[in-house]
Write a protein that binds this ligand. Structure first.
Ligand SMILES: *Cc1c(COP(=O)(O)O)cnc(C)c1O
Length: 408
């Protein structure tokens, strides 16, 4: 019954995944953790029946679009230092590794990043009339809106930072601009509430003289590839914060890495392999692992965090007090449902304190520009694996058995 191609019941359904596996010679996940979960959990019985069919192909992105075209200043800086062979073989970025300790190269990278931020700030002004300051940390989360991707966790982080500044106006933290972009499926009600919440959070902060200028939240409309090409080169921080075990691979994580953003992230999807390539000491990882998420699911209670963690409780109470919805009382009640009443399926509250800890470490590093830029360079140098050239080569060799066709 478990491996049947037909789901029995009132109305029968074809199980498309089972049909695809039985009817093909190869089935792959798109990152190592995803391929492992397919074998052990998602389609375990079929993986035991056809073990030789199961394999991994970690995703990649094209460095021509996502580095050379999107970020000409950084691309030229790289080519000046190591030549331009990286464009056709991204593993050559490894040659940048020793340059993390080269003060002149660090200055060149800082200059390229500042230019990309100014360019993006101009583009944002032209397209939305919003003014952002390129001398603040650009902290980005751009991806489809979904509960598992946890834009809400990011928003809770900002509410806590906002609370800290209101309670302690002398608090010395770097100035930051938080960018969000992403579309919601038309009928995904809670995703639209999340978009509304992020917009209201931004408005409330803008109209609070105690916080204005120190934190800014921007929700960019109409997320698409063009916006991603503009935003990613300007990012200092990439948020990849899905509940561990839910993001098959992710690809924006890779785009950010090759453009020199540092990653604040969970151990999920290809982010795990990115941190392996760069060394975990050059990443800001936090939160439960996929195994811990599965193991704690039966007894997890978000109320424990609400009752025992002061900042968590204050943040939620502020939201539920209509502080961010003065003129629309009650509109954020669905967030109470998602985060407390209905059990917090995506375990936002379980990861919130460790997210704040990792965020604090990242802010401390930002005070030391040379150490920050050294990590930026080590990240770029370690991003070579995440070229789609490598991925496609693996598909051709190990699945399609296709030979290259030389183009003269
Ligand atoms: C890269 C990209 C994605 C995938 O982003 P994830 O954060 O990995 O989900 C989605 N939409 C656009 C427009 C992209 O450029």
């Amino acid at each position: 019954a478990r491996t049947s191609l037909v789901e029995e019941g009132q109305t029968k359904h074809i199980r498309m995944a089972n049909l695809a596996i039985v009817g093909s010679h190869s089935t792959n996940g798109v990152a190592a953790i995803h391929s492992g979960l397919l074998r052990t959990t998602t389609v375990r019985d079929l993986a035991e029946a056809f073990p030789e069919r199961f394999n991994n192909k970690t995703n990649g992105v094209t460095p021509r679009r996502w580095l050379r075209l999107a970020n000409p200043a950084l691309a030229d800086t790289i080519s000046t230092a190591i030549g331009d062979s990286w464009i056709a073989d991204l593993s050559h970025l490894q040659k940048l590794r020793p340059l993390g300790d080269d003060a002149a190269f660090r200055a060149d990278v800082q200059k390229a990043q500042r230019l990309a931020k100014a360019r993006f700030a101009d583009w944002v002004k032209r397209h939305t009339d919003i003014v952002v300051d390129p001398d603040t940390i650009f902290d980005c989360q751009i991806k489809r809106i979904h509960e598992y991707k946890r834009q809400l966790l990011n928003a809770l982080r900002i509410v806590i930072l906002y609370q800290r500044l209101r309670e302690n106006p002398d608090l010395d933290i770097p100035r930051r601009t938080f960018f969000f972009a992403g579309k919601a499926a038309p009928a995904y009600y809670l995703a639209k509430v999340i978009i509304k919440f992020i917009n209201n959070l931004g408005q409330t902060i803008d109209s609070d003289p105690a916080v204005r200028g120190r934190l800014k939240v921007v929700f960019l409309p109409e997320y698409n590839v063009t916006l991603a090409e503009r935003c990613i080169p300007a990012a200092d921080v990439s948020n990849q914060i899905s509940t561990a075990g839910y993001e098959a691979s992710g690809t924006s994580n890779m785009k950010f890495m090759m453009n020199g953003a540092l990653t604040l992230g969970t151990r999920d999807g290809a982010t795990i392999e990115m941190a392996e390539e760069a060394g975990e000491e050059n990443f800001f990882l936090f939160g439960l692992t996929a195994a811990e998420v599965a193991e704690s699911r039966p007894w997890y209670s978000p109320y424990w965090h609400y009752q025992n963690e002061q900042e968590t409780r204050k943040a939620l109470d502020l939201i539920f007090s209509d502080h961010f919805s003065r003129d629309e009382p009650g509109i954020f009640e669905p967030l109470r449902g998602a985060l407390l009443t209905y059990g917090d399926q995506f375990m936002h509250l379980a990861d919130l304190t460790s997210y704040m800890r990792a965020d604090g470490e990242l802010c401390e590093l930002y005070r030391k520009p040379d150490e920050w830029t050294r990590k930026v360079i080590l990240n770029i140098a370690s991003s070579g694996k995440f070229s789609s050239d490598r991925t496609i080569h693996e598909y051709a060799k190990e699945i399609w058995r296709a030979e290259p066709c030389p183009v003269v």
